[in-house]
Design a binder for this molecule. Structure first.
Ligand SMILES: Nc1nc2c(c(=O)[nH]1)N[C@H]1C(S)=C(S)[C@@H](COP(=O)(O)OP(=O)(O)OC[C@H]3O[C@@H](n4cnc5c(N)ncnc54)[C@H](O)[C@@H]3O)O[C@H]1N2
Ligand code: MOO
Length: 391
């Protein structure tokens, strides 16, 4: 059995970025850049007006001669002498001979004469060439998450394809004779399968979509055969159930037989003690406990960390939040615990019903509270560590 920090460290040590691939920018959302993007242009590419108003060649006096107009998209240069003004609009190119733009609200216009009604400084309301980024400089560094803002920014530089770190192909497997599908008759001893749908949804919620699902009975040969095939066909295999010590828990035995390198098995934590992590060739395998709430906790803490790292995220942190508890909690046993909770920014409520078989509490939680090994009791007002959950 390893500690939580040893387990986490093993994941950090063994999770290597997948290969990179060029994709169209409109397919790149939520991927990480696999290399620096160098700007192919100055942005903005020309001196741009930041306001609708008048471009001026400043002089001592408040009176200007209006000599023309420049709209957004125009390319012509107008030459202004000191005391000249041109009508200009937001985004239009400011003539080289103009040195300020005044908002139209701050002038009075009479035919071709213009009087400015407030002080104006040189370069006011002009966006200089390359203000955001200069040609040849790093626009976004390797490892940047391609959010809508990042995609928009790259688009503004005329970039249509980007080199991203790939995300893994993922197989989710449920094990168990007791599992039936929705619509099937709920005979005594059976339960509806929920881990596959839950993990599928959890993966989608953190932007992983290349997923196939599989079911296997508590049968050693069938388990061995399926895992063997999946380890060859997928880059990540997430198995739920059959990883504990019962006579019909065949996952550990199959992984051993298949010579998967065990990086850890069993973590001193609650829930999720029988968690397994291993690798064979290009494929990572997690054996999650069958108990649904334990499986989901392990997903958020360990599987997601691994997914982020192999997908090129260099800055993944589980939690940077602290909040004061609005209630008391007494820990049973000495294992560190991840507790389902509701976090509202300053305070956090630890929920009733923490059993690893219960999903109802998890369904209303938006965070996990971490209780370290040495803490036995949380008092009202104690500051605790909070891990927010993705929605
Ligand atoms: N003698 C011991 N027994 C157990 C130990 C132990 O240390 N010694 N650990 C317990 C803990 S902690 C956990 S967690 C479970 C984990 O067991 P498995 O990972 O082998 O999971 P199963 O036995 O297959 O199932 C456990 C539980 O979860 C339900 N389940 C499984 N798969 C699904 C699914 N896809 N959808 C919904 N529910 C599922 C299953 O029916 C069981 O109720 O072991 C303890 N035992
Ligand atoms: O580890 Mo189990 O998940 O405590 O019930």
């Amino acid at each position: 059995m390893v500690s939580i920090s040893e387990a986490y460290h093993q994941i950090i040590k063994n999770s290597v970025s997948l290969s990179s691939q060029f994709v169209d920018l409109n397919k790149a959302t939520s991927y990480y850049l696999s290399e620096d993007v160098i700007s192919p242009i100055h942005m903005p590419p020309f001196r741009q007006s930041a306001m609708d108003g008048y471009a001026l060649n400043l002089h001592e006096n408040e009176q200007y001669n209006l000599i023309g107009e420049i709209k957004a998209g125009d390319s012509r240069q107008i030459i202004l002498n000191p005391g000249d003004a041109v009508r200009i609009f937001t985004g239009a190119p400011v003539p080289d001979s103009a040195n300020a733009v005044i908002m139209q609200e701050k002038v009075v216009v009479d035919e071709n004469r213009l009087k400015i009604e407030s002080r104006i400084s040189p370069q006011e309301n002009i966006r200089p060439i390359g203000e955001q980024v200069q040609l040849g400089k790093i626009a976004l560094p390797k490892g940047t998450l391609l959010t809508p803002a990042a995609i928009g920014f790259l688009s503004s530089l005329g970039i249509a394809r980007v080199n991203i770190t790939r995300k893994p192909s993922i197989a989710i497997v449920s094990t168990g004779n007791e599992l039936i599908a929705p619509g099937e008759l709920l005979e005594r001893g059976k339960i509806y399968e929920s881990n596959i749908t839950m993990l599928y949804s959890a993966l989608n919620s953190v932007n992983f979509h290349d997923i196939e699902t599989f079911r296997v009975k508590d049968d050693y040969e069938a388990t061995l055969e399926l895992i063997d095939k999946l380890m060859n066909d997928y880059e990540m295999v997430i198995i739920t159930g059959g990883i504990s010590v019962g006579d019909y828990d065949f996952v550990g035995k199959a992984l051993k037989e298949l010579k998967v390198k065990e990086l850890f098995y069993k973590v001193k934590q609650k829930p999720g003690k029988p968690l397994y992590y291993g690798k064979k060739g290009k494929t990572t395998v997690f054996g999650l406990p069958g108990n649904p709430a334990a499986a989901l906790s392990c997903f958020y803490i360990y599987v997601r960390t691994c997914l982020e790292l192999i997908s090129g995220n260099k800055n993944h942190h589980l939690s940077e939040f602290k909040a004061s508890s609005v209630n008391e909690f007494v820990k049973k046993g000495d294992r560190p615990q991840f507790l389902k909770a509701i976090f509202n920014g300053d305070t956090v409520e630890i929920l009733e019903g923490q059993s690893s078989a219960m999903l109802q509490t998890f369904a209303i939680a938006n965070a996990l509270v971490f209780i370290p090994e040495e803490v036995q009791k949380i008092n009202m007002g104690d500051v605790v560590e909070v891990i927010p959950l993705p929605v």
